[in-house]
Design a protein around this ligand. Structure first.
Ligand SMILES: [Zn+2]
Length: 121
């Protein structure tokens, strides 16, 4: 494994991370628009119970998706900070270098595959 990652690789990853970050933020905005609770008529309506239930389910699903996306943005931010500190690509658990193939797949990966598997258990 190459100990020193090329500057080019990091620059590329940074571009991708920024792009992904922007995409995620746009996605959050879109999700918020889809939220039935965001409908200004919602609060005042006296819709049937089943409509309310449907809206609740839709709201919960969207809320969960927004949370997931926000988590991803936070991970991307961490990765970007690491790039600026020249610590990008190091596994947070074992300190080993994360293989480039994995970083290409998941640019914001904080752990190597082995640690990721271990942490998920
Ligand atoms: Zn590791």
């Amino acid at each position: 494994m190459d100990k020193k990652r090329s500057q080019k690789f990091e620059t590329l990853q940074k571009e991708r991370l920024l792009e992904e970050r922007q995409k995620s933020l746009t996605q959050i905005e879109e999700l918020k628009k889809d939220d039935p609770f965001a409908d200004p008529d919602h609060a005042s309506d006296n819709a049937a119970i089943d409509t309310d239930v449907r809206e609740q389910v839709g709201h919960d699903t969207i809320e969960a998706q927004i949370k997931d996306t926000q988590k991803r943005v936070a991970q991307i931010d961490v990765a970007l900070r690491k790039i600026s500190k020249n610590q990008y690509g190091k596994c947070e658990s074992c300190g080993e270098e994360i293989p480039q193939a994995r970083l290409k797949l998941i640019p914001e990966a904080a752990n190597c595959l082995e640690c990721e598997k271990r942490l998920r258990k």
